[in-house]
Design a protein around this ligand. Structure first.
Ligand code: COA
Length: 185
């Protein structure tokens, strides 16, 4: 029998709250996602501000071993370009919604469950605040659309948002999704 060692075991993906030390590796990840995945379509000049905006109520990172490989944030839905679309489709005020934003995984680390685990963390945080998680995604982000639909998210509206209206990559049609509603108190 061969005694050749196999490939090194891969560390499992873990999720934890983001801290300020994570922003430097995350900006590099967003630069790679922009170059390789076209997300975001327009690379913001200040990526730390784009990731760390005060409107984000909570942010989580996916880590493999000690290495940060992706992130997600949640924000109030009020003021978002998709606010009315989500609210009308679900029949609830936007104060009852939490918007999932800035979901991104290092392109070299895709396909090992980080995106799904980050989405679950965002859903958990929305539910912990009694809110219904929602998000918007461009039609062309096919990996993300596949992830949301595989996770049971529901397409509730479509929008065409004019450039500059606050949705990332704002020149293409946008799909609005709803996640699982919060458990009844
Ligand atoms: C979308 C994204 C976050 C997915 O991250 P990921 O870590 O690869 O996701 P996962 O490994 O958890 O895979 C989740 C699902 O994505 C889909 N997926 C994964 N790998 C895929 C591949 N190679 N091809 C197509 N779909 C794939 C599958 O539906 C998968 O479901 P499964 O877990 O049942 O297999 C990542 O591709 C990304 O950062 N894309 C660019 C940024 C972006 O579009 N963000 C969304 C903005 S709204």
């Amino acid at each position: 029998m061969s005694t050749e060692p196999g490939p090194p075991a891969r560390a499992a993906v873990a999720i934890r709250r983001r801290d300020s030390g994570d922003l430097a590796p995350l900006t590099a990840i967003v630069e790679r996602a922009h170059a390789e995945r076209g997300y975001p379509a327009v690379l913001p000049a200040d990526l730390v501000a784009w990731l760390g905006a005060a409107r984000f109520k909570a942010s989580f990172v996916a880590v493999e071993g000690d290495e940060v490989i992706g992130q997600v944030s949640i924000a109030a839905a009020a003021g978002d370009a998709a606010e009315a679309a989500w609210s009308e489709a679900l029949g609830v005020g936007s104060e009852q919604l939490a918007a999932v934003k800035r979901l991104v995984v290092d392109p070299s680390r895709e396909g090992r469950g980080a995106g799904r685990a980050l989405l679950e963390a965002a859903v958990g945080a929305a539910h912990a605040g009694g809110r219904w998680p929602v998000l918007d995604v461009h039609d062309r982000e096919s990996r993300a659309v596949e992830l949301y639909e595989a996770a049971g998210w529901r397409l509730v509206a479509r929008l065409v948002v004019p450039p500059g209206a606050g949705i990332e990559c704002a020149t293409l049609p946008v799909r609005c999704y709803a996640g699982p509603p919060p458990p009844r108190p």
